[in-house]
Ligand binder design. Structure first.
Ligand code: HEM
Length: 439
């Protein structure tokens, strides 16, 4: 541990952490979102409390909204832009943060990450990735998702009496296998990038404890180093994969420099496995908690696409995003000043009773479940949404058709992350296996 790390952590997380726990104890909503463990246990209850205070609530350092129409509008508004880590800190802390940040280290919430840039850079990066991740290319991936799920489910267990941690054995493996396959990652490297991902996942959160901050730095550094080598290997020996195509696309037309290419490719890869694992884990858990809904799906597999939307709605794997006002602007009858942050609590917008009737109820036949905001909206709409949906559908269906009698064998544990929501372990008694039916 160095003085630089201590100082950087203090400016970026330490002060916020203290203020958030102080605020949370006094019931302040932004403080609670960061520091109150009951929010993670019951995001729906917290969303209701927040909603009762109005469509736009003033927190200690940012505005908050759970209003579906407002979140939808702000995600698409040109008066708001994405923000980057540390950019909205109060002036002296921001200064210290900038002086102590490691220059050149790639981070999902720092430029040139797609998540932290706006046009013209965003347009240039996004155009390059979209030229490779075309709708046709993604549609063709469904077969690869099916093959990967079938192979993985065969490996989950040979023994039906066994209890397995399904997150470790299946939910985390499917996304990394699929995105790794798409992006030319050697099989032998998968467990390493999963480890980096696990360490770096809290990089989207603020108010981290110091030890966790150090683990995030280790994960980001390890991932960055691995990625630079991976791109180098594919540059000298391109393969039949989308990463090789992305490298080629970055070298002509729209042009990405080396750092931009690494940031873009790294985000696609990391977003590809760090989010979908949560959709699968939460999906298995919520279906085991609602056997009547699971029975409907096993009876009528055409319901799976709608069920995945409903899982995304109720268990949003990305709980929130944020946008910053470019100038003073009127929002829901309040003045949001230029430079102020609005936290879009997507998990709350997904339970807005103005859009979703009986919003806390899990209903795989809900007609408008797909109106959720779990993939964000506007320019930054999730690039991998179609792939994530395919993995959710195929992954969950494959699991439950093979193990229709699966049952929870313990409480499991939730991931510690705030922005990302999912299970870090979920013990399952598999029960007798059935031969899988192909989707
Ligand atoms: C259930 C799974 C997933 C969820 C819930 C999810 C959610 C999101 C959300 C909420 C954003 C936008 C954040 C914002 O507006 O601030 C986003 C952006 C993004 N996602 Fe996903 N994602 C998922 C899977 C994937 C997959 C599988 C990939 C890769 C193939 C991917 C790649 C990306 C990329 C590259 C962006 C940045 C887009 C931009 O800023 O233009 N995501 N995702």
């Amino acid at each position: 541990m160095t003085l630089r790390q201590r100082t950087h952590w203090f400016a970026l997380h330490g002060v916020i952490r203290e203020l958030a726990s102080y605020g949370a104890k006094r019931g302040e909503m932004q403080g609670r979102l960061i520091a109150d463990l009951t929010v993670r246990a019951d995001p729906g209850g917290f969303a209701d409390e927040l909603r009762a205070l109005g469509p736009l609530v003033r927190g200690r350092a940012a505005w908050l909204t759970t209003d579906h129409a407002l979140a939808h509008q702000l995600l698409r508004s040109d008066e708001f832009s994405v923000t980057s880590l540390g950019s909205t800190l109060p002036r002296p802390l921001g200064w210290v943060e900038r002086k102590t940040v490691v220059k050149g280290r790639l981070h999902p919430l720092l430029p040139p990450s797609l998540l932290s840039v706006e046009p013209p850079e965003h347009t240039r990066y996004r155009k390059t990735v979209s030229s490779v991740f075309t709708t046709r290319a993604v549609a063709a991936l469904r077969v690869r998702v099916q093959d990967a799920a079938a192979a993985l489910i065969d490996d989950v267990s040979a023994d039906p009496s066994e209890t397995v941690d399904i997150v470790d054995r299946y939910c985390s493996q499917l996304p990394v296998t699929v995105i790794g396959d798409i992006l030319g990652v050697p099989d032998a490297d998968r467990s390493r990038i999963l480890e980096f991902g696990e360490l770096a996942a809290p990089s989207l959160d603020i108010g981290l404890p110091f030890e966790q901050y150090l683990r995030v730095e280790r994960g980001l550094d390890g991932f960055n180093e691995w990625l630079a080598n991976h791109i180098g290997r594919l540059r000298s020996a391109p393969g039949d994969d989308l990463m090789s195509q992305l490298i080629a696309a970055s070298e002509d037309g729209t042009r990405l420099n080396d750092e931009e290419l690494r940031a873009t490719a790294g985000l696609v890869l990391a977003a590809g496995f760090e989010t979908t694992v949560n959709l699968l884990g939460s999906g298995i858990r919520i279906l085991l908690d609602h056997p009547d809904q699971l029975a409907m799906l096993l009876d009528d597999p055409d319901l799976w696409p709608g069920a995945v939307e409903e899982i995304l709605r109720l268990e949003s794997p990305v709980q929130l995003s944020a946008r910053v006002a470019r100038d003073d602007t009127e929002v829901a009858g309040r003045t949001v000043k230029g430079g102020e942050l609005v936290i879009l609590y997507l998990a709350g917008a997904n339970r807005d009773p103005a859009v979703f009737a009986d919003p806390h109820r899990f209903d795989v036949t809900r007609e408008n479940a797909g109106k959720h905001l779990s993939f964000s909206g506007g320019r930054h709409f999730c690039l991998g949404a179609a792939l994530a949906r395919a993995e959710g559908e195929v992954g969950l269906r494959t699991f439950f058709e093979r193990y229709p009698n699966a049952a929870l064998a313990g409480a499991g544990s939730r991931r510690e992350t705030r922005v990302l929501r999912g299970w870090s372990s979920l013990p399952i008694a598999l029960g007798q296996a059935r031969t899988a039916v192909r989707s």
